[in-house]
Design a binder for this molecule. Structure first.
Ligand code: NDP
Length: 676
């Protein structure tokens, strides 16, 4: 049955009646779907995203948006088999599809959880520390992020129809920006089915998600400075889109992730009988064959010490010989097809270019024995391993990305040579290095860091848990410099900020505090009759302060604390030795004594809304406390947030301990869990 794909525009499904293009099965070249966008009004789609979707999302807090991501991920997991059923025709095996479908859902789960843990229950995000400016403390600065008021245009590659959409959608929605998704035509039947699941989950506000299954018409002509284009695909298309006059004129944000000649290096400390050698061989073959090598992170260049070139070639060939190419639905198949006949032609052409500089030592560019398939049908190709003995004499192997199961094995002389060769790819998404020596690892990072977005070290101790060379992770950045596009995606909360604007705000701490809903030094500290430990979570106002009585610390206190705790460090016990220390005038109180006595001063002991103290942050001891010093404490409500589906509240208290001269002796943030 040939599906006609629908666009999802202005909250309605819309099928184009004319200008339909065919999508062919990667397995047998039959037509599986037709798709098109004739009749779409792109200006209206953008307008709808900005006015309807953007307004609704911006009205929600980060936590509410994070909750939506979780529901979307759950909806995909509940209906994942519908997606698996469509995935086979894209040439993907079950495990390839797992990366795409369940990997995509898990990316949303992680973004959701990070959103709830690391972002405030708010719409404005603080960036970095409060910056005191005026000497008297009446003028200060603070960076904040606010949500862009435009739409995010996601232009995705064909290789991951589901994950490719979700890895961008997670940070976008979490930031509060509506998305217009344009998948590559090849594989878009899967993206369309996934969007249906997301829409039918009923958790997305209107206008938050739209889908364009085909050409983008004049969409780019209507972009503004508040929109973001996030692109994955070829350098040629990225270059064309990035140079669109409207993108240039309006400074539209453009995040690109494009062709990348990722590499893997077997470090000089590895020997043929070391576990790292085996792990390296396994990983190179895994990367060559997963998704038939159609991964933006796949290993295209493989470097080994020159003395191990022969051994590495033999080991790689032996492992590649076990790969079973064929219909992903057939028993025993370990590598499926390329995404389309067009991709097959492209990969063959690129492999021929590589063959002008390197010897093909495994596979055949034109012939493959594909299981469960009529000979000559489908986009099947065998894994192709090349060997280039003089990598510095070659150019194409460092330039041409054959987007299939293709890699070139090369020797290097020493670490510096390996670094220079790795960097000759002029920018990659992922580099893996197999070494058991941390000093070697550091030398590599210093040399290659500037050219590679992610560097994975794999050794005998990490291999079992390692996510491998090719897996971008939602908590770590995905992107790379130069040839890789210069963009960055994901990276946890970092990815969210790509859809927000950072502004430096300046003013009185009272104003800044009101903006960020957090008490900042210099902002008012009102007091009241009621101790804050007796106040319900909802009654605690930011800035509300309890000033304690003072307590004089005696030598007996110090002596007692030392004996009781066992902390008899000389600075607390030995007058002469303490006085010889440049920081102390003589015996001083323990820092922990100050903390304990501070708690003794500010705590309200009866049962009440405070459930537990769960930590201190940013603790600093600023002045020594000598016997006879009288300390007192100001306990201020700094910030509050709900945790764990609103089961309890988290209060951050700014604690300032001062002496009789009002000099600050200690400051810290105290964290408590409170009843709500
Ligand atoms: P393309 O650059 O051709 O396509 C990528 C996306 O851009 C698709 O959604 C495509 O849509 C869209 N697109 C193409 N032209 C335009 C346009 N004028 N305006 C708006 N959108 C447009 O890349 P492919 O997917 O064909 O892959 C080609 C090569 O890209 C691969 O061989 C590989 O080298 C590289 N690639 C790199 C990846 C990476 O992450 N680094 C991932 C995937 C591919 P449509 O399909 O409708 O043309």
């Amino acid at each position: 049955m040939v599906l006609t794909l629908s666009n999802y525009a202005k909250d309605e499904w819309y099928q184009a009646g004319t200008g339909l293009a065919e999508i062919h099965s990667a397995v047998d070249d039959s037509i599986v779907a037709q798709t098109g966008t004739d009749g779409l009004d792109y200006a209206a789609i953008l307008d709808h995203a900005r006015k309807v979707g953007g307004s609704a999302l911006r009205a929600m807090t980060f936590h509410e948006r994070a909750q939506i991501l979780k529901s979307l991920a759950s909806a995909i997991m509940e209906r994942k088999e519908e997606l698996y059923a469509l995935s086979t025709a894209t040439g993907a095996t079950r495990s390839d599809s797992w990366i795409d479908i369940e990997g995509g859902a898990s990316t949303l789960f992680v973004m959701s959880s990070k959103g709830r843990r690391e972002l405030p229950e708010d719409t404005i995000l603080i960036d970095g520390d409060f910056e005191p400016i005026g000497r008297k403390g009446t003028f200060a600065g603070q960076h904040v992020y606010t949500t862009l008021q435009g739409a995010a245009i996601h232009i995705n590659a064909f290789n991951f129809p589901v994950w490719g959409m979700l890895e961008k959608l997670g940070p976008t929605l979490l930031a509060g920006v509506p998305a217009i998704v344009k998948p590559a035509m090849q594989g878009s039947q899967l993206t369309e089915a996934c969007v249906r699941i997301l829409i039918e989950s009923g958790v997305l506000p209107e206008g938050a998600l739209q889908l364009i299954v085909g050409g983008v018409g004049d969409l780019f002509d209507h972009l503004t400075a508040q929109d973001v284009v996030s692109f994955t695909g070829s350098a040629a298309t990225a270059g064309k889109l990035k140079n669109h006059p409207v993108i240039q004129a309006n400074s539209v944000r453009f995040i690109a992730e494009q062709d990348s000649l990722n590499a893997s290096i077997l470090a000089p400390d590895a020997t043929p009988d070391s576990p790292e050698f085996d792990l390296f061989v396994k990983e190179v073959v895994r990367e060559m064959t997963t998704k038939a090598g159609q991964k933006c992170t796949a290993i295209r260049r493989t470097f080994v010490p020159e003395t191990l070139l022969g051994a590495a070639e033999e080991a790689l060939k032996a492992r590649l010989a076990k790969v079973v190419v064929g219909d992903p639905a057939a028993e025993g198949v370990t590598m499926g097809a390329l995404a389309s006949m067009k991709q097959l032609e492209d990969v063959r052409a690129k492999a021929r270019e590589i063959a002008t500089e390197a010897e093909l030592v495994f596979g055949d560019i034109d012939l493959v024995d594909a299981v469960g398939v009529e000979p000559g049908t489908g986009a099947f190709i065998s894994p192709l391993l090349f060997r280039a003995d003089k990598p510095w004499d070659a150019q194409r192997i460092h330039d041409v990305e054959a987007f299939g199961p293709v890699s070139t094995l090369m020797p290097y002389k020493d670490i510096e040579d390996a670094i220079a060769l790795a960097n000759r790819g002029l920018g990659s998404l992922a580099l893996s290095i197999f070494t058991y020596d941390p000093a070697t690892a550091r030398q590599f990072v210093a040399g290659v860091g500037a050219w590679h977005g992610r560097i994975v070290f794999i050794d005998r101790d990490s291999a079992r848990e390692s996510t491998g060379h090719g897996s971008p992770l939602p908590m770590l950045i995905h992107g790379g410099p130069g040839r890789a596009g210069g963009g960055e995606e994901m990276g946890g909360v970092r990815g969210v900020k790509h859809y927000m604007q950072r502004s430096a705000i300046q003013g009185h701490p009272r104003t800044l505090s009101g903006i960020v809903r957090q008490w900042l030094p210099g902002a008012p500290q009102p007091t009241g009759e009621v101790h804050p430990f007796r106040m319900a979570f909802g009654e605690l106002d930011i800035g509300y302060t309890f000033n304690t009585d003072s307590r004089t610390i005696t030598l007996d206190d110090i002596q007692h604390f030392a004996e009781f705790t066992g902390d008899t460090f000389y600075a607390h016990m030995d007058e002469e030795a303490a006085a010889a220390n440049p920081f102390f005038p003589g015996r001083v109180a323990h820092g922990y004594l100050i903390l304990s006595f501070a708690a003794g001063l500010f705590v309200e002991p009866s049962p009440g809304p405070v459930l537990a103290n769960y930590g201190l942050e940013s603790l600093r001891f600023l002045e020594p406390v000598t016997p006879g010093t009288a300390i007192k404490v100001a306990l201020t409500v700094k910030s509050k947030k709900m945790r764990k589906a609103r089961e309890y509240g988290e209060v951050v208290w700014a604690v300032t301990v001062t002496n009789q001269d009002d000099a600050t002796v200690a400051t810290y943030n105290l964290l408590t869990m409170n009843e709500v």
